[in-house]
Ligand binder design. Structure first.
Ligand code: UDP
Ligand code: MG
Length: 315
């Protein structure tokens, strides 16, 4: 029998674990043709999430758990999940159960037809107008800066075949934008639609700044085109500067030098200064990533895997 792992990263989701258990048992009951593994990755929760998932594991061995040494963020929690998942396919879901389990049979159907990455697209977003518009703008920006097709309205809710998991496991960068990676690795993809549910318990872990950070990380992880923009800005400014230089030179030769032009000098200095700072900032963004990646640290450490002490990154 083929085995499917449902990967559930969880950070302070103690209030959701009850619902999670109910839903996962439903999944197993609805799809009896498969072995099921429900792998919950405890991403350094400060509430009693760990205790609850330990209890789950002790009552039903299909629930396994991975306890990370601290909170690493969802991207790294998923990476750890990829390393420890044992299924022939992995379905990634949020532990708050905002992703409907009713999409799972459809995912499996396409997987059996040979698709290796069945991703779920949000049909209608219940997010605020501002959040929707900014995410749309961001997607367009990202898509225009790269040749790899980017999936719109798509998150981590998807079924990945073992080949995709193995591919992703080879990508060990620590500053991760997994959404970009799914696109980057390729393989046969199929989109299905789903309706995002409201969060039933607990609160969201994403706030404005974490979203801004995620967006910037995504951009720098995905494309080097901001560096190109910095170069183009530099060329443009030099060009404008040179033309202005010629103009001043000719003007001075023809009409003498009346010593005016304080406004033009100020404007030029401020403008060039701004462009320089912006370009430095862009370079800095990439340099920071290079610095972090060049340390080659293990991306995460594991406390325990199914009651076994690990203390390392991999099995
Ligand atoms: N999550 C995580 N580590 C974090 C933050 C979030 O593992 O540092 C998990 C969280 O438990 C949930 C999923 O990532 O299962 C999505 O988080 P959340 O529901 O807060 O995000 P939203 O649905 O509001 O975008
Ligand atoms: Mg959520």
């Amino acid at each position: 029998m083929k085995k499917i792992t449902i990967l559930l990263p969880a950070y302070n989701e103690a209030s959701s674990i009850g619902l999670l258990q109910v839903k996962m048992l439903q999944v197993a009951a609805m799809n009896p043709g498969y072995d099921w593994e429900f792998l919950i990755v405890n991403d350094g929760s400060t509430d009693n999430t760990l205790q609850k998932i330990k209890e789950l594991h002790n009552t039903d061995r299909r629930f396994s758990y991975l306890d990370l040494s601290r909170n690493y963020g969802k991207e790294i929690a998923m990476m750890a999940g990829f390393d420890y998942a044992t299924g022939d396919a992995v379905i990634i879901m949020d532990s708050d159960m905002q992703h409907p389990i009713s999409s799972i049979p459809e995912m499996i159907k396409y997987w059996e037809e040979g698709y290796q990455d069945v991703y779920a697209q949000r049909k209608s977003s219940k997010e605020s107008w501002f959040k929707r518009k900014t995410s749309q703008l961001y997607y367009n920006l990202l898509q225009n800066s790269t040749r790899i097709p980017i999936q719109k309205n798509t998150g981590d809710f998807r079924l990945l075949d073992r080949v995709c998991i193995n591919a992703l496991r080879n990508m060990r960068e620590t500053q991760r934008n997994t959404k970009g990676m799914y696109c980057w690795i390729g393989f046969r993809k199929k989109g299905i639609e789903y309706e995002q549910l409201e969060r039933a318990n607990g609160t969201t872990k994403w706030h404005f700044w974490s979203l801004v950070n995620l967006a910037l990380d995504g951009l720098t992880a995905y494309t080097t085109s901001p560096l190109r923009i910095a170069s183009i800005l530099g060329i443009l400014c030099s060009l404008i500067g040179f033309i202005y230089l010629v103009y001043i030179l000719i003007n001075t030769l023809l009409h003498g030098d009346p010593v005016a032009g304080y406004p033009t000098i100020m404007v030029t200095i401020l403008f060039i200064g701004g462009v320089q700072l912006l370009s430095l900032g862009i370079i800095g963004e990439y340099l920071g990533r290079v610095f972090n990646e060049s340390k080659h640290r293990p991306p995460y450490f594991v406390n325990t895997y199914n009651d076994t002490q690990i203390g390392e990154s991999l099995k």
